[in-house]
Design a protein around this ligand. Structure first.
Ligand SMILES: NC(=O)c1ccc[n+]([C@@H]2O[C@H](COP(=O)([O-])OP(=O)(O)OC[C@H]3O[C@@H](n4cnc5c(N)ncnc54)[C@H](O)[C@@H]3O)[C@@H](O)[C@H]2O)c1
Length: 315
């Protein structure tokens, strides 16, 4: 059903993991959704169940090229997010963040749309303070293998704030921390999907380093709530705002949990840590709590169960 206060919403990267959940939620809320994707890492399967919805339109398009459409809001999610994918063609990764942002900001300026950038905790690099507040400027290697993603996203943030200052654009910048759930790409090497797939197939779970490095994992439904709340926040709130689950787990503990929850007989194998892999990641979400009244509700066991069910059904 279309809602009376329905908006026309463009979601770039709409057939990816987060984008497909966002398309679904906004359609459920009665909005018109234009899903734009070049299907680089996104899959039609992620949105197949939505294709008969009358207010969904899907457009194959690379945001490195300009786009002329009429919309009220733009969620800019297009960008490969896993190291395997973003390092496959690093120049294209930087282009997507930089040229893509310029194109989407230009569109927002032309049609006076509000625009949200899916930034990342990777802008903090290998952080020297813990947990990371938004005021921390980060510790990023500008010339490493991860730089195409980290520096691309940092430059995108700069562009968002310059368009805001120079052209008075209504912007929102979300710094997304590790998010997991159904529709993650099964082979993208991200730790949660990797462990679940390995455990379900009875293969060894690969832990890089000694496994003591920590991450905090946010379930996708919580993340989508956060992004929508940010988009709907007052115009004078631009962010950047951290969105993520502050509960911290070591990678080793996560591997043990996945083995237990999948009833797997798999063992854990330790491999050398990739260069530039951050040792700790945990969001300080005080601003999100205060301004957006947002905090994650779904804890790891409940979220993992849903993700395990998704990957089990897929296999
Ligand atoms: N999932 C996470 O844990 C996480 C964490 C931090 C930030 N993010 C950010 O959130 C966004 C979505 O991440 P995701 O996990 O859904 O990743 P994903 O790879 O599943 O989705 C990205 C989507 O963008 C599309 N895309 C890539 N380049 C494009 C281009 N040039 N033009 C048009 N479409 C393009 C891909 O085909 C894909 O559908 C990304 O910007 C990512 O950087 C995600």
């Amino acid at each position: 059903m279309k809602n009376i206060s329905s908006k026309r919403v463009l979601i770039t990267g709409g057939s990816g993991f987060l984008g497909s959940h966002l398309c679904e939620r906004l359609l459920d809320e009665g909005h018109e959704v234009l899903c734009v994707d070049n299907f680089y890492t996104g899959r039609r399967a992620n949105i197949a169940h939505l294709l008969n919805r009358p207010y969904l339109e899907v457009l194959r398009h690379d945001i490195c090229f300009p786009l002329y459409v009429e919309v009220d809001e733009i969620y800019n999610l297009a960008c490969p997010a896993s190291p395997i994918h973003y390092q496959f063609d690093p120049v294209q990764t930087t282009k997507t963040s930089v040229h893509g942002s310029i194109n989407m900001l230009g569109l927002a300026k032309r049609v006076k749309a509000k625009i949200l950038q899916a930034s990342t905790s990777e802008v903090y690099g290998d952080p020297t303070i813990h947990p990371q507040p938004e005021t921390y400027w980060g510790n990023v290697n500008p010339i490493g293998l991860r730089s195409c993603y980290d520096e691309g996203k940092r430059c995108a943030e700069t562009l968002f704030f310059d368009y805001h200052r120079q052209h008075k654009l209504k912007i929102k910048v979300a710094r997304i921390f590790n998010t997991y759930g159904p529709r993650m790409h099964p082979n993208d090497g991200r730790v949660v999907s990797n462990f679940i797939m390995q455990a379900l197939k009875g293969e060894e779970l690969t832990v890089y380093g000694d496994g003591k490095q920590t991450r905090s994992f946010c379930y996708v439904d919580d993340m989508i709530d956060g992004l929508i709340k940010l988009m709907n926040s007052p115009d004078d709130f631009t962010g950047p705002v951290n969105l993520g689950n502050p509960n911290e787990f070591s990678i080793h503990k996560l591997a043990l949990k996945v083995i237990e929850m999948t009833d797997s007989k798999a063992n854990i194998v330790f491999k050398p840590l990739p260069f530039d892999d951050p040792t700790q990641r945990k969001p300080d979400i005080s601003i999100a709590k205060k301004v957006l009244q947002w905090e994650p509700k779904i804890q790891l066991d409940e979220g993992l169960n849903k993700a395990i069910k998704y990957f089990r059904d897929m296999l």
